[in-house]
Write a protein that binds this ligand. Structure first.
Ligand SMILES: Nc1nc2c(ncn2[C@@H]2O[C@H](COP(=O)(O)OP(=O)(O)OP(=O)(O)O)[C@@H](O)[C@H]2O)c(=O)[nH]1
Ligand SMILES: [Mg+2]
Ligand SMILES: [Zn+2]
Length: 332
C-alpha cells in the first residue's frame, strides 16, 4: 500500500514529488506532500504560461515539486514548483484595482462550495449568494448555503431570513443554519465534509474561520470582530488556506469578498446557471434570449405564472446588467 502511494507521488524517471497547495502568499506556496508541508517557489516559465491570471497557482492546485538542498535559513524555499496539473474546476473572480481584466483564481479542484452568510452582522446578502451559485454552476461545482450566527435570529428577522433559506431549499440547494457560539449544526456540517474538498466563501465577518475552528478545534484560524459602525467584517483572513480535517476531508477558508463578480459568462448563457430557468429555456422564442426585453420569453411567462420567483428574476437581471456593462468585481 505504502509502496503504491509513494510511486503515485513520484513522477516516473524524475525526482519530482506530488502535492496539493495549502496556502499561497503570492510568491511563496505551502504544499502538502504526504504528511509534510513544504515551502515552494514557482519556476519562472510557469509564471509566464498563466498570463491572464493574477495568480498562476491557487490553493487546491495539484502540483509537482523538486526538492532543493536544505539550508539553515528557515524562511528559504525548500522546493521548486515545477508543474501544475490541469484543474478539474476553479472558482474565479475578476481581480480588483490595478489588475482589472485579470482573473483571480480563488481556489481549484473543489468538490463542494458553501456560500457562507450570517443572519445579522453582516446581514444576509442574497445578491452575493446568487452570483456565487451562478459561478459554481458554471464550473459544475455542487454548492449550498450556510447561514451562520443562527443564535442572533430574533422574531423580527426570523421570517425574512427564512424567506431566503426556503427559496434556496426549494431550488434544490442544501441549506444549513449554524452557530459557532451555540454549537448548532456543526456536527452535521462536519459529517458532510468527509472524503472531499470543500470551500467556504462569503463576505467578511460572517464567521467562515470561526466555522473552521468549530469543525476541527486542532486548527486555529484567525478570527476577527465585526465593526460596530459599518456592521461589516474587517477582512481578517487574507489568504486562502486549506485545512486537512481530523475525520478525513479538506476544508478551505477564504478571505471575505465584498461582492462576488461573475466572469467568463456571456449574456445569453447566464440563464443556464439559474437552475429554475432550465426547464423553460428551450421554449423562449429567440434561441439567444436574455429573458430581459425579448418577446415570447418563456422565463418571463413562468415568472408571471408564479413558477419562477420575482426576486430571483430581479437578481438575474442585475447580474445580466453587470455582465453587459462589463463591470469589474468590486473586490475585497
Ligand atoms: N453571534 C455569533 N457570532 C459569531 C458566530 N460565528 C462567528 N462569530 C463572530 O463573527 C466575527 C467574525 O468571525 P470570523 O470567523 O473572523 O469571520 P470570517 O468570515 O472568517 O471573516 P474574514 O476572515 O474577514 O472574511 C467574530 O467576532 C466571531 O466571533 C456565531 O455563530 N454567532
Ligand atoms: Mg476569516
Ligand atoms: Zn427568454
Amino acid at each position: 500500500m505504502t509502496g503504491k502511494i509513494e510511486s503515485d507521488q513520484r513522477a516516473a524517471g524524475e525526482d519530482l514529488v506530488r502535492g496539493v497547495v495549502v496556502k499561497s502568499t503570492g510568491s511563496q506556496y505551502e504544499v502538502q506532500v504526504g504528511n509534510e508541508i513544504l515551502k515552494a517557489r514557482l519556476r519562472g516559465r510557469l509564471r509566464l504560461s498563466h498570463k491572464g491570471e493574477t495568480n498562476p497557482v491557487a490553493v487546491g492546485d495539484r502540483v509537482w515539486l523538486r526538492r532543493g538542498t536544505q539550508t539553515a535559513d528557515a524562511t528559504a524555499p525548500e522546493a521548486a514548483l515545477e508543474r501544475i496539473e490541469p484543474r478539474e474546476n476553479r472558482l474565479v473572480r475578476r481581480a480588483a484595482g490595478r489588475r482589472v481584466g485579470l482573473e483571480q483564481v480563488l481556489v481549484a479542484n473543489v468538490d463542494f462550495a458553501w456560500a457562507v452568510q450570517s443572519t445579522l452582522l453582516p446581514k444576509l446578502n442574497p445578491g452575493f449568494v446568487d452570483r456565487f451559485l451562478v459561478m459554481a454552476q458554471h464550473e459544475g461545482i455542487e454548492a449550498g448555503l450556510i447561514v451562520n450566527k443562527a443564535d442572533l435570529l430574533t422574531e423580527t428577522i426570523r421570517d425574512a431570513v427564512a424567506f431566503w433559506t426556503d427559496l434556496y431549499s426549494e431550488l434544490g440547494y442544501p441549506v444549513r443554519y449554524t452557530s459557532t457560539k451555540e454549537d448548532t449544526g456543526i456536527d452535521e456540517l462536519r459529517r458532510s465534509l468527509a472524503g472531499k474538498t470543500t470551500v467556504l466563501s462569503g463576505p467578511s465577518g460572517v464567521g467562515k474561520s470561526s466555522l473552521i475552528n468549530a469543525i476541527d478545534p486542532r486548527h486555529r484560524a484567525r478570527v476577527g470582530d465585526v465593526s460596530e459602525k459599518t456592521r461589516k467584517g474587517r477582512h481578517i483572513t487574507s489568504n486562502a488556506t486549506l485545512y486537512t480535517l481530523q475525520d478525513s476531508g479538506r476544508l478551505i477558508d477564504t478571505p471575505g469578498l465584498r461582492e462576488y463578480g461573475v466572469i467568463d459568462i456571456e449574456p445569453w448563457e447566464l440563464g443556464h446557471y439559474f437552475v429554475e430557468f432550465l426547464p423553460h429555456l428551450h421554449s423562449c422564442h429567440y434561441p439567444n434570449c436574455t429573458h430581459d426585453h425579448e418577446p415570447g420569453c418563456a422565463v418571463v411567462d413562468a415568472m408571471e405564472r408564479g413558477e419562477i420567483s420575482d426576486v430571483r428574476w430581479a437578481s438575474y437581471l442585475s447580474i445580466l446588467g453587470s455582465i453587459q456593462k462589463g463591470d469589474a468585481d468590486v473586490g475585497r
